[in-house]
Design a protein around this ligand. Structure first.
Ligand SMILES: Nc1ncnc2c1ncn2[C@@H]1O[C@H](COP(=O)(O)OP(=O)(O)O)[C@@H](O)[C@H]1O
Ligand SMILES: [Mg+2]
Length: 263
């Protein structure tokens, strides 16, 4: 479904008032292949390039070299209209549900916004969009009575549910989850993880699930890749990665992992 081939991303150094910074190689020759319907985990510490990879997938950043194909199509070769249509099929949920919701927009406006942006492809009028927004709130366990409320009226976990509803608005095939529970309290994390698991099964979604938390990845993902300083150092079935890690880095990480139980 999503093929990432030899992707390298170098951010050029900046010239600032106090001298210049060196270029940063955020991704180095990254290759991953994500299959339809699976939950693919990407684990790595802060600064290892995880978010940069999502930005390259969504074409918010241009990879310095390498290719990314979705359903066999290389984004670099798509026309602006085809790229827009493709973007509706891959959505993202960010780490921080406080920063990623506009405080001045009602839940209704937040959840219907993607349907407005992709109106040509979806063909929903205003009334149908509102109906769909109500369905989506149900789907994420919030209920349509919240449609006319504002982000500040919700807890972190509820906000993340709103972000998930927004991500699902255009019926995507794939969702990039960039540390979706890292900013939440531990008790709430498990609820949101369960919701994401449920939605994946019910809707047949494909996930790229990013985390720095091996416990979360082990709980959620079918296959897992480890990224260290922009390089993939290990990938395989999640069980195999945990049971028989091949790289020193994976062994160190797994040995340091606290035993965390979810249910
Ligand atoms: N826009 C940017 N310009 C320059 N460097 C960046 C930019 N975005 C990220 N970086 C650098 O790229 C590296 C990877 O960052 P990021 O992809 O955000 O990592 P992660 O999401 O794993 O924490 C870091 O060293 C970061 O400082
Ligand atoms: Mg990040």
């Amino acid at each position: 479904m999503l093929e990432i081939e030899n992707v390298t991303k170098v951010y050029p150094g900046r010239k600032g008032m106090f001298g210049s910074s060196a270029p940063v190689t955020a991704l180095s020759d990254v290759s991953l292949s994500i299959r339809p319907g699976e939950s693919f985990g990407l684990v790595g510490e802060s600064g290892s390039g995880k978010t940069t990879l999502t930005r390259c997938i969504l074409r918010l950043e241009e990879p310095t070299s390498g290719r990314i194909r979705f359903d066999g199509q290389d984004f670099a070769t798509l026309s602006p209209a085809a790229l827009r249509a493709m973007r509706a099929r891959i959505q993202i949920v960010f780490q921080d549900p406080f920063a990623s919701l506009n405080p001045r927009m009602s839940v209704h406006d937040i959840v219907t916004e993607p349907m407005v942006i992709h109106a040509a492809a979806l063909g929903l009028g205003p009334r149908q969009r509102t109906e769909r927004a109500a369905e989506l709130l149900d789907l994420v366990g919030l209920g349509p009575q919240h449609l006319h409320r504002y982000p500040h009226e919700f807890s972190g976990g509820q906000r993340q549910r709103i972000c998930v509803a927004r991500a699902l608005a255009c019926k995507p095939d794939m969702v990039l989850l960039d540390e979706p529970t890292s900013a939440l309290d531990v008790s709430v994390q498990a609820q949101v993880l369960n919701l994401l698991g449920d939605l994946q099964t019910r809707l047949g979604l494909t996930y790229l699930f990013i985390s720095h938390d091996l416990g979360v990845i082990r709980y959620v993902c079918d296959r897992t890749a480890l990224i260290y300083r922009g390089k993939i150092v290990e990938q395989g079935d999640t069980q195999a990665v945990f049971d028989a890690p091949q790289s020193d880095y994976a062994r160190t990480l797994i040995a340091a992992m606290p035993e965390v139980a979810f249910d």
